[in-house]
Design a binder for this molecule. Structure first.
Ligand code: SF4
Length: 275
């Protein structure tokens, strides 16, 4: 167990554990790593398992949990589960931000006052460009949702995915996120990763073990090298970066990840900005 803690302390692996809560989504983005859509198999992680593994993660020395999908908030029980998970470590949950109108917003109440941040996707200040990849009306829904969430007391970050924008586009995006109440520190820009639907994009960045920082990632299909690893191609989960089919106890995949990551040269994840 000390090997896992040592590996975190010396930077061999990340101190964050990720969970793929589900793979289905109300959207069908053109660069989606997981081929998510309303028709995609759900591949849901049991909530009891996520809560148990989060407690185990804290015991092992992990200091943060990330929850991703698919669209995570399609599962109406998620807010209560996130609240319980956040009793062990801070939680960041990724969402497309399109489901928070009416009583859907009220359903997030269990998350209030907890160490939980929501990371919402918004790719461009140009609605047409944004919606080209993410679908009609996406821009309008997201820019309406973000102030609504902040006013309700939620912590929100924005993630923008795409090729590095030119200076003018970047400035427009920053002006927009600031106007929505999101500080520069809470805005991240990420490239399209060459996996899943992103594999066919010009300008996408490679994402193998040499490029991805080891961040233990738990899915319904096993434990993986990074949240960019359990992608989907032609309806099948890619297993080239599978670490272990066993996910519990968490010490098993954690030790396996450390063994695989030991002695590896520093990857190009920092240069490519794909952490
Ligand atoms: S990129 Fe995100 S929002 Fe878009 S289809 Fe995939 S999971 Fe859904």
């Amino acid at each position: 167990m000390n090997a896992v803690l040592d590996a975190m302390e010396n930077g061999t692996i990340s101190r964050r554990v990720w969970f793929y809560a589900n793979y289905h989504c109300n959207l069908e983005c053109s660069y989606c790593l997981t081929e998510s859509s309303p028709r995609a198999p759900r591949r849901q992680l049991d909530h009891s398992l996520m809560k148990s593994l989060t407690r185990q993660a804290a015991d092992l020395g992990f200091t943060e949990v990330g929850v991703t999908g698919g669209e995570t908030f399609l599962d109406l029980a998620l807010p209560a589960t996130l609240a319980e998970m956040s009793e062990s470590v801070p939680v960041i949950v990724l969402t497309n931000g399109t489901l928070f109108a009416g009583d859907r917003l009220e359903r997030l109440a269990p998350m209030l006052g907890r160490q939980i941040s929501m990371q919402i996707s918004l790719d461009s200040a140009n609605p047409d460009l944004n919606d080209m990849a993410r679908g009609p009306e996406n821009f309008a829904k997201v820019v309406e949702s973000i102030p609504r969430l902040i006013n309700a007391g939620h912590r929100v970050r924005i993630a923008s995915t795409g090729q590095a924008p030119d200076e003018e586009s970047q400035e427009a995006l920053c002006t927009l996120h600031r106007s929505l109440g999101i500080s520069d520190d809470d805005h991240v820009v990420r490239p399209i990763v060459r996996r899943g639907r992103g594999a066919t994009f010009d300008g996408s960045v490679p994402a193998g073990p040499d490029e991805l920082f080891p961040e233990l990632t738990i899915t319904a299909d096993g434990a993986f090298w990074s949240p960019f690893a359990p992608t989907v191609s032609n309806d099948h989960v890619d297993t080239d970066l599978l670490v272990s089919r066993t996910v519990e106890p968490l010490s098993v995949p954690a030790q396996r990840l450390v063994a695989l990551a030991q002695g590896r040269p520093v990857g190009s994840d920092v240069a490519n900005n794909i952490r």
